[in-house]
Design a protein around this ligand. Structure first.
Ligand code: NI
Ligand code: MN
Length: 228
């Protein structure tokens, strides 16, 4: 049974029977996170996209741990150019790793990186489907609501869905509740809220409203772990 630990914003540690993964490791500068990047030991770093609040400490962690970064071709190639190990994939493609299968999904958002000389486009952003130890996790990344979430839900028996609720840059509460209906996971969990004033949202309202549709939802507190 995989174990998920929330590090705030969109950062999660996933411990499977075969490997330790971190998703969107924005730790340095994250006002909510209880851990520092230097304390993280992982085998893989999964990136939904390159924005600073997701890319975060990816390169430092990957290089120190000799971990493999898994992301879209553009972002994985950039990471390789910066001296990290990376496995490039793209939307709709899946790959079997030693811990399980990762498939990239669409996400409606931007994707760029600031190298200090302006923004460089990194191609499309992605969502992540991670199948390991017989369980399926969907990390939606940064995205607006899209109807194909229904297809993602129909084609994958998702045990746990991580959905942004913070509004402004991603879905807000109303759309996130509809996303939870579309994805139809066993349990939906809110993310991408309260890190900054601009994305303040009430995760308990999300939970109540998803429960009103007859589905399960819960908040994972920052620093809290959940076996799923
Ligand atoms: Ni973003
Ligand atoms: Mn973001």
């Amino acid at each position: 049974m995989p174990k998920l630990t929330y590090f705030g914003h969109d950062a999660f540690l996933v411990e499977t029977s075969a490997a330790r993964l971190i998703i969107d490791p924005f730790l340095t500068g994250n006002p909510l996170t209880p851990v520092s990047a230097s304390d993280v030991t992982v085998d893989y770093v999964l990136l939904s996209h390159a924005h600073g609040d997701h890319f975060g400490d990816a390169l430092d962690i990957a290089k120190r741990c000799d971990a493999t970064i898994i992301s879209t071709f553009e972002l994985a190639s950039y990471c390789q150019s910066q001296g990290a190990k990376a496995h490039p994939m793209h939307i709709g493609g899946g790959h079997d790793f030693d811990f399980g299968r990762v498939k990239l999904t669409i996400a409606h958002h931007g994707n760029s990186i600031d190298t200090g000389e302006g923004l460089i486009s990194m191609g499309p952003p992605a969502g992540l489907l991670i199948a390991a130890d017989g369980k399926v996790l969907y990390h939606a990344g940064d995205t607006g609501l899209f109807l194909d979430m229904k297809l993602i839900g129909e084609r994958n028996a998702i045990d746990l869905a991580l959905l942004p609720i913070g509004d402004n840059f991603t879905m807000g509460l109303d759309d996130a509740v509809t996303a939870a209906e579309f994805v139809n996971a066993d349990v939906s969990v809110p993310m991408h809220y309260d890190t900054f004033d601009l994305i303040k949202a009430d995760p308990n309202e999300f939970v109540r409203r998803v429960q009103d549709t007859g589905r399960k939802a819960r908040v994972i507190k920052v620093g809290e772990s959940l076996d799923y």
